[in-house]
Design a protein around this ligand. Structure first.
Ligand SMILES: [Zn+2]
Length: 288
């Protein structure tokens, strides 16, 4: 049985998903798929045309508004910041940072990622473990919906911390294994999807990741929070529809549109906060 990729503790069966078994660490409660690094590599870095479609269509209007909000709050009006987005995909988050005058870099091993990097004019790097980035180079590093795919999360995180400046920001998001629909076993598929998703974080186990040896010594602040409407698909789609309607319908009425958008995105964000039951988890880390 595979040992815990966070603390190297022993695992025991948590649940069976199709032919894959999810294990729970007896020491730190982290849930992970009982699959080898090779299987994880194979499924996550085997790029077919399906991936290309995914690159085109993956983001909803909620994501775009969400990324707009993240980039505003992380840059705080400062221009010229050096930003790296890990797992940048079609660059939708980087484009928000570009709007705010940042110098943007993406990291994504897919062949489709380079098409988007050329189209939107940001620099594409390889995987962070192999990219030879100068230490203390970036002001901000983001990673949205990527860490759940990484076979060695501790090693990955150490590379991120090294690449960010002292006092710089790391912003991570992952699906929440402690979300309401997952606790009630209402969803599988996109959210509980081994071996592609090999790491299953909850508020507690994501926080614990930052307190591991070699990581905690290098960070001065960590905030972990669950956010996002719990993903019961019909609710999510209805909400997403409302956002795109509100974004399109009132072109001539900008203040109203901004007010409505802000209201909706705040509902989206805060409805996932109570009891750690939201759809996603976010971590904001400041490097020492
Ligand atoms: Zn563990």
């Amino acid at each position: 049985m595979k040992k815990c990729p966070v603390c190297n503790g022993p695992g025991e069966e948590d649940r069976q998903v199709g032919k894959y078994c999810l294990l729970k660490c007896r020491d730190c409660s982290f849930v992970y798929a009982n699959v080898t690094d090779e299987e994880i590599e194979e499924v996550n870095f085997n790029f077919g045309d399906q991936v290309k479609c995914h690159y085109r269509e993956v983001q909803s209007s909620i994501d775009v508004m969400w990324f707009d909000r993240i980039s505003t709050s992380l840059t705080r009006g400062k221009g010229g910041l050096k930003v790296l987005d890990i797992g940048c995909g079609n660059g939708v988050l980087l484009r928000q940072f570009q709007k705010r005058g940042c110098v943007c870099f993406g990291s994504d091993p897919s062949p489709w990622a380079s098409e988007y990097a050329q189209k939107y004019g940001y620099k594409l790097l390889g995987r962070i473990e192999q990219a030879n980035i100068d230490p203390n180079f970036f002001d901000i590093i983001t990673s949205t919906s990527t860490l759940e795919h990484v076979a060695r999360p501790i090693e990955h995180l150490k590379h991120i911390i090294t690449a960010v400046k002292e006092g710089g920001i790391i912003y991570l998001t992952v699906p929440n294994y402690g979300s309401l629909p997952i606790r009630l076993r209402l969803v599988k598929g996109r959210l509980v999807d081994p071996p592609g998703h090999c790491n299953y974080f909850t508020t507690k186990t994501l926080r614990n990741l930052f307190f591991q040896k070699g990581i905690k010594e290098n960070i001065s602040q960590v905030r972990v929070r669950s956010y996002g409407i719990p993903e019961i698909h019909a609710v999510y789609r209805l909400f997403s529809k409302r956002i795109s309607i509100s974004a399109k319908s009132s072109q001539e009425n900008m203040p109203k549109r901004t007010f409505l958008k802000k209201g909706l995105i705040n509902i989206y964000y805060w409805s996932g906060a109570p009891f750690g039951l939201g759809d996603k988890l976010e971590a904001l880390i400041i490097k020492k």
